[in-house]
Design a protein around this ligand. Structure first.
Ligand code: SAM
Length: 436
């Protein structure tokens, strides 16, 4: 563990800013904290969300905050559920909140660990094989008619999925909804959902999605779905009896953590382990759009942009257009902390507004949290700094100051890694306590 001051890169802006902020700083190396290690861990690998953190980071923070089975952990920005899943494995009661209905469903459904009906997986796969063969020559329209289903409401749907691929995905989904599979419907949902993304004509280059229009890849829906089910089945069988007993100990609610948390939680919070979005223009809604539509989680086409507008760091469609023109009003209470402001407002009104809205939303969250924390509250917020129009956004220091303003004490800032290669971007945990 390194203390600030012994680092040879002390001259970089990041270190200088941390030093000037006066917060205690440590560097630790716990290996890869990105989504990648989770892809080799049971349950975590049932969905791939590239901005998620690693289960190992959650285990580290659980130790750091001295969390026990008697604790109650909140993850107000739950994503694909890494915190909540890891807590459940360890028997620690936890609750997640997530604004994106797709991610809320993925994380909540990943918490059911039952091994009683695994035989049905084989029945589903066999029936799926027959059904896909039976409809091999049919058009997508006749399949939609047969299952009384509709095309996903996404714009330009056949750019996302080739008609035959979409037809087969619809067959997988509709078969999974039959009553005879209700005891494994959760797992079927997860398997089909993952396949819907993996079978789309896209490249997922973090942080964007690009269409892969003229690819010659052979997309085999049956293979994808059955492989996903095999992984789920293998993972369920690998869980210990103790872990299986923890099934459904935890859950994830659909909600907005910048609003009234008291109403949502109806209890006090002793611990937070979380990672809000970073101010890097990544849109979770945009990234999950194909599945939001394919899994029928949106009522209409406009709903996706509305969610992005309410999400922290949302950047897609109207979330960007409303920030384009004039500088938004900055609350006087937090203005002194926004170290990027003077420089960024002259370079880009849009980027300056984007960053300011981001910190206003984090501030709203902290104010909402303040109303429900217990006297011994401790929290770890994993945040990333960024650079907008060439101006450094020191998320950790700004967020730390916002927390202090609202009566929390910043215990320390722990840095885990430098990201973005030579771009000198950092990921840190801002560790806070309730000020006594
Ligand atoms: C960095 S990701 C969290 C990833 C998570 N730690 C994991 O490992 O999967 C941030 C999440 O916050 C969610 N989010 C953004 N604004 C929110 C809000 N106002 N209320 C609740 N969740 C929100 C996003 O949809 C996204 O899933």
């Amino acid at each position: 563990m390194k203390e600030l001051g012994t680092n040879s890169a002390i001259t970089s802006c990041f270190y200088r800013n941390i030093r000037e902020s006066g917060f205690r700083y440590e560097e630790v190396n716990i290996g890869d904290i990105t989504f990648k290690p989770g892809q080799n861990e049971s349950v975590h690998r049932w969905y791939r969300l590239t901005p998620s953190y690693s289960p190992g980071l959650v285990r580290y923070l659980i130790q750091e905050l001295a969390v026990t089975k008697d604790s109650f952990v909140l993850d107000p920005f739950c994503g694909r559920g890494t915190t909540i899943i890891e807590c459940q494995k360890l028997g620690i009661p936890a609750l997640g909140i997530e604004i994106n209905p797709l991610l809320q469903q993925v994380s909540d459904r990943s918490l059911l660990w039952e091994t009683g009906h695994l035989k049905l997986f084989g029945d589903y796969i066999a029936e799926l094989d027959c059904l896909l063969n039976e409809h091999q020559k049919d058009s997508i329209d006749s399949v939609l008619l047969k299952f009384n289903a509709r095309l996903p409401l996404i714009h330009n749907v056949f750019r996302w999925w080739k008609p035959d691929v979409l037809k087969n995905l619809i067959i997988c989904r509709e078969l999974s909804l039959l009553g005879k599979y209700s005891s494994i419907s959760n797992y079927l949902w997860l398997a089909v959902n993952k396949a819907a993304l993996d079978c789309a004509n896209i490249h997922r280059n973090h942080p964007t999605i690009t269409f892969d229009d003229n690819h010659q890849r052979n997309i085999d829906v049956y293979f994808e779905v059955s492989e996903n089910l095999k992984t789920i089945s293998k993972d369920l069988e690998s869980l210990s009896d103790e872990e299986i007993c923890n099934s459904r100990l935890n859950s994830v609610l659909l909600g907005n953590s910048t609003r009234n948390l008291e109403e949502l939680l109806k209890r006090s919070v002793g611990l937070v382990i979380t990672s809000p979005p970073y101010p890097n223009r990544y849109s979770y809604v945009h990234q999950t759009r194909p599945q939001l539509h394919f899994m029928d989680l949106l009522e209409n086409i406009r709903q996706a942009t509305e969610i992005d507008l309410n999400a922290i760091g949302g950047t897609w469609g109207r979330a960007t257009s409303i920030l384009q023109n004039e500088l938004i009003e900055v609350p006087a209470e937090i203005r002194p902390y926004l170290s990027y402001y003077d420089e960024l407002k002259d370079r880009s009104v849009l980027m300056c507004n984007y960053a300011t809205k981001y910190f206003i939303d984090l501030w709203r969250h902290i104010k909402a949290l303040k109303r429900c924390v217990s006297n011994d509250f401790k929290g770890a917020y994993v945040v990333g700094n960024s650079r907008l129009s060439g101006v450094e956004i020191f998320t950790e220091a700004i967020f730390g100051k916002i927390c202090e303003r609202e009566g929390f004490r910043v215990e320390k800032i722990i840095s885990f890694r430098k990201r973005g290669g030579r771009q000198r971007l950092y990921e840190t945990a801002v560790c806070i306590k309730r000020q006594k």
